[in-house]
Design a protein around this ligand. Structure first.
Ligand SMILES: [Zn+2]
Ligand SMILES: [Zn+2]
Length: 228
């Protein structure tokens, strides 16, 4: 009762506003209904092509080759989806992550069987300090629960502080991320899910996949929230 009173009071003075379009929201939603529909429209529709991560249209002949074996994606990285991911990354508002996770949990059913563990593309420790958290860890912990596959955090380290990949051209991205990681342990014969929030050219996931394959990993399935 008291709690409702305070919520009403807060809502009266600070009415909830959709962070994506700045319009008032009436109920307890995170974003307004129109924005929710816009987000849902940006889902990569199934069936997915596991080679390129996009929709497998009729007579889809895929020429894409990455150094990981498969890729499962969720959204196209544009408009309100890009905005939402950006919001979450820089403001750490868990509710934005939850919104994306609701979609992600359905999509990861592709990955139910046959994986030993989940790894994520890590931030450099200095960048993690700057930002206060690693957004990939938050998603991986939830995916791990949802699929009942362990999330292993201390295998991959980022040893070089790189420029953000955003804004760099393909060749520059490859150069920028080269030798940025080290991996510990023998991973011979392992099958893993490798998570990153966004894939653009694939330079980061490729760089890590090459290292993981050197360590003997048998199968790598990249999983991303969004694909550019
Ligand atoms: Zn809205
Ligand atoms: Zn394809």
């Amino acid at each position: 009762m008291m709690r409702k009173f305070f919520t009403d009071l807060i809502n009266f003075f600070f009415p909830p506003i959709c962070p994506l379009c700045r319009r008032l929201i009436n109920d307890n939603k995170i974003i307004c209904e129109d924005c929710f529909e816009d987000i849902a429209r940006l889902l990569v529709k199934e069936p997915l092509c596991l080679k390129c991560g996009k929709t497998k249209k009729h007579a889809h002949i895929c020429k894409k080759t990455f150094l990981f074996d498969e890729i499962v994606t969720l959204f196209y990285y544009r408009d309100k989806v890009a905005k939402l991911i950006h919001f979450y990354k820089y403001n750490r508002r868990k509710k934005f992550a939850n919104l994306l996770l609701n979609f992600l949990k359905n999509r990861v059913q592709y990955l139910k069987d046959g994986y030993d563990f989940i790894l994520s593309v890590p931030l450099h420790p200095a960048r993690k300090r700057e930002r206060g958290f690693d957004q990939n860890e938050v998603f991986c912990r939830e995916i791990s629960k949802s699929l009942d596959i362990p999330y292993v955090k201390n295998l991959i380290y980022r040893i070089r502080y790189t420029k953000p990949q955003a804004g760099l051209k393909k060749e520059k991205r490859e150069k920028n991320i080269k030798n940025a990681f080290i991996i510990y342990g023998n991973l011979r014969g392992k099958k893993i899910i490798l998570f990153d929030d966004v894939i653009t050219t694939g330079a980061t996931l490729n760089e890590l996949s090459a290292l993981l394959k050197e360590k003997g990993v048998e199968k790598i399935t990249a999983l991303t929230l969004a694909i550019a």
